[in-house]
Design a protein around this ligand. Structure first.
Ligand SMILES: C[S@@+](CC[C@H](N)C(=O)[O-])C[C@H]1O[C@@H](n2cnc3c(N)ncnc32)[C@H](O)[C@@H]1O
Length: 433
């Protein structure tokens, strides 16, 4: 049986994940590119008869919300894409919403997740970052592209294998757009990641390929991109081959210098490293001589600040799972005898070492820390944990695990470090009740 691919829908509340909830004949439809209260015509993108819910993109706005604005990126605009018979690329799914309204929506979603999954009632404000541009563009220092069958830089339609060639990326910092990589043909390459370091540091272009070692075409490609470092990366084997310049970029935050290798983690918004470091230090109240752990430490962003705060009589246990990021951390914290860099999974390191701590910083990936890690943290003797999170749902679940161990949620700040997307970043303090 076939269904009408388009429906007229009245849009209900926002839901976590970048969509709003609508109902049609009793069935829930998650609608992207709409706003609460709008009436839209929506194109169904997933609509199996026996599915619990359907998905749709709003492609024609019948009654717009007062918070609706023109999308700053035509390729990510569902209405314009719909006119071309394509779907918008992912990555700017809130671009049709005025910036302060984006933050209000995110605050509602955060509070709802915290209440439902964390059992904590808390009104939340999502803060703009201090030097945010008025249009919310030009902030991404890390961008990943797919490469289509013709070798052109592309991005995926949301939840689809379909690739749409791109000719700009308005969320990226200007130095990335100026490279105009879309003019090149990336033969033999499956994806291209670009990292822009701090200041005048030259960007790194990472060519994702299964060719190991990279062939002549890829080497020629590296020669054709002036003013950048180029490396080839095979995610299957983890091998990183220098093609030109360096295999890493330099980042400078608050007087600390960090080397970040091509495939290593670094916060995406150009202001995020400073904003988050400041919020972590504000939340932690560490004094010289304290024993602190930085869990999920990446290249050592928070470790460096914690080591400085704790001084030579303090100690920082810095744990990171990725061997490449941990190698970076080792180099970045070289010579700081109070820092112990450990490469390994947080759950295993805490189980094996059973450290005695005064405080813990944790910044887990999107999936959160989980019950076992939370239980281990609450058993270290720490008087506080500062939890940096990029996902309100996993954060809220972990808050409930902390509560089960007798800890409560203290201060909470949420930052709009991903304008024009549904993502946000929070820094919370948890303490024994
Ligand atoms: C959100 S990043 C935070 C990095 C760092 N705090 C920063 O701000 O630059 C999460 C980090 O956790 C690491 N990671 C993910 N799962 C892990 C695990 N189970 N144990 C240890 N590290 C893990 C990832 O490699 C990544 O570097």
């Amino acid at each position: 049986m076939t269904h009408t691919p388009e429906l007229e829908l009245t849009i209900g509340p926002p839901a976590h994940g970048g969509h709003c909830v609508a109902r049609h004949q009793g069935r829930v439809i998650f609608v992207r590119h709409a706003l609460p209260g709008e009436v839209v015509r929506a194109r169904l993108t997933e609509h199996d008869d026996d599915a619990r819910f359907w998905r749709a993109d709003a492609t024609d706005i019948v009654q717009p919300s007062p918070d609706r604005v023109n999308h700053p990126w035509p390729l990510a605009d569902a209405v314009l894409a719909g006119m071309r018979g394509i779907r918008p690329v992912g990555g700017a799914e809130f671009g049709h919403i005025e910036l302060s309204a984006q933050r209000r929506l995110k605050a509602d979603i955060f509070s709802e997740q915290l209440a439902r999954l964390g059992k904590v009632d808390r009104a939340v404000t999502v803060e703009p970052v201090p030097d945010e541009s008025s249009d919310g563009l030009g902030w991404r220092t890390r961008v990943g592209f797919a490469v289509d069958a013709d070798g052109h830089l592309s991005m995926h339609e949301h939840r689809s294998a379909t690739l749409i060639p791109v000719a700009d990326m308005p969320l990226a910092v200007p130095v990335i757009n100026r490279l105009a990589l879309w003019k090149l043909k990336f033969e033999g390459v499956e994806g291209v990641e670009v990292a822009a370091g701090s200041g005048d540091d030259e960007p790194l272009v990472l060519l994702r390929t299964q060719q190991d070692p990279p062939g002549g075409l890829i080497r020629a490609l590296a020669d054709g991109i002036p003013g950048v470092s180029v490396a080839a990366w095979n995610p299957e084997t983890g091998s990183l081959t220098q093609l030109r310049g360096r295999t890493w970029v330099r980042e400078v935050v608050g007087g600390h210098s960090f080397r970040v290798t091509g495939e290593g983690f670094w916060q995406i918004h150009r202001s995020a490293p400073q904003v988050l470091t400041d919020a972590v230090l504000e939340g932690l109240d560490t004094r010289p001589g304290q024993r602190v752990a930085d869990l999920y430490a990446g290249a050592g962003l928070f470790t460096a600040a914690l080591a400085e705060r704790g001084g030579e009589t303090g100690s920082v246990l810095s744990v990171e799972g990725s061997p490449a990021a941990s190698r970076d951390a080792r180099r970045n914290l070289h010579g700081q005898s109070q820092v112990d860099i450990v490469q390994g999974r947080v759950e295993k390191v805490l189980r094996e070492r059973r450290p005695h701590l005064d405080a813990v910083v944790l910044d887990p990936p999107r999936a959160g820390a989980g019950k076992d890690v939370v239980r281990a943290i609450t058993g270290t003797g720490a008087k506080a944990a500062v939890y940096v999170s990029c996902d309100p749902a996993s954060f809220a679940r972990d808050v409930a695990y902390f509560a089960a161990a007798g800890w409560r949620l203290g201060s909470l700040r949420v930052f709009d470090l991903y304008p024009h997307t549904h993502h946000m970043e929070s820094v919370a303090v948890l303490q024994p009740a």
